[in-house]
Ligand binder design. Structure first.
Ligand code: KIV
Length: 269
């Protein structure tokens, strides 16, 4: 299934990815032409109502991965490795990655560069395709001091670029870039062998991802907060407001990614 995505990206066609957590939406997305479904640990926020992704477990991830697989048997699935499931040692990372694969994922995604490059190499050598998540890494929200753009200084941009090169050389199948300047994402995309997927990373990535609830304009922050306190990040676009159904909104997102009208400059840093 992944070969289709590589062929697509080599042909220059943009990859349209969306987060997905259940069978009903998975089926809808498969039929709307979404190229890859991401069972993201964002489910901790958009399904469970938490302020961040730090309470998501392997049980949550495998449960939702199975649901998505049931709904979309013919679409590649990427599943997030939740915090605590891959950092300790390579064997534990492999065991947990394999659990996600057995639940229906073709690719696992985890956050960070540096030490994580060896984790990626180990998983790839053991037959598990990997996506490296760089830039803003939500599992490190406390260390990063909040939801902030990464790679703004020369030093941090150089570090993200180096991490992306190292991940690509370690055999990662994708590098996902979250909330980094568009110029940096473009440079990374031109410097590595594997496709990049952007969220808040400009139009020059090989593909794009959005959180489903953001695309539908229905996410208003943690359950504990009043909706009026919530402000969408710059990279979010509500695709439902210009269409008359969820199916049409998802199809409009796919079309906008493919024709490069999303993300526009106002969605980028
Ligand atoms: O968990 C998730 O949904 C993600 C996206 C924000 C890329 O990692």
């Amino acid at each position: 299934m992944l070969e289709k995505i590589y062929t697509l990206s080599k042909s220059g066609e943009k990859i349209a990815m969306l987060t997905c957590y259940d069978a009903t939406f998975a089926k809808l997305m498969e039929h709307a032409g979404v190229d890859i479904l991401l069972v993201g640990d964002s489910l901790g926020m958009v399904l469970q109502g938490a302020e961040n992704t730090l309470n998501v477990s392997m049980h949550h991830m495998t449960y939702h991965t199975k649901m998505v697989k049931n709904g979309a048997p013919n679409t590649p699935i990427m599943a997030d490795m939740p915090i605590g499931s891959y950092e300790q040692d390579n064997e534990a990372a492999y065991k947990n990655a394999l659990w996600l694969v057995k639940s229906g994922a073709q690719i696992v995604k985890f956050e960070g560069g540096g030490k994580r490059v060896e984790t990626a190499r180990y998983l790839v050598e053991h037959g598990i395709p990997v996506c490296a998540h760089l830039g803003f890494t939500p599992q490190s929200v406390n260390q990063l001091g909040g939801y902030k753009i990464q790679g703004k200084t020369d030093e941090s941009a150089a570090q993200i670029l180096q991490d992306a090169i190292d991940m690509s050389e370690a055999g990662a199948s994708f590098v996902l870039l979250e909330m980094v300047p568009a110029a940096l994402a473009k440079q990374i995309t031109e410097s590595i062998h594997c496709p990049t997927i952007g969220i808040g990373a400009g139009v020059d990535c090989t593909g794009q991802v959005l959180v489903l609830q953001d695309l539908l304009g229905i996410y208003t922050g943690a359950a504990s907060k009043h909706p009026a306190e919530f402000k969408n990040p710059r990279f979010v676009r509500n695709f439902l407001q210009d269409t008359n159904s969820v199916q049409s909104a998802v199809a409009a997102y796919v079309k906008a990614v493919k024709d490069k009208s999303f993300p526009a400059a106002q969605h980028s840093y």
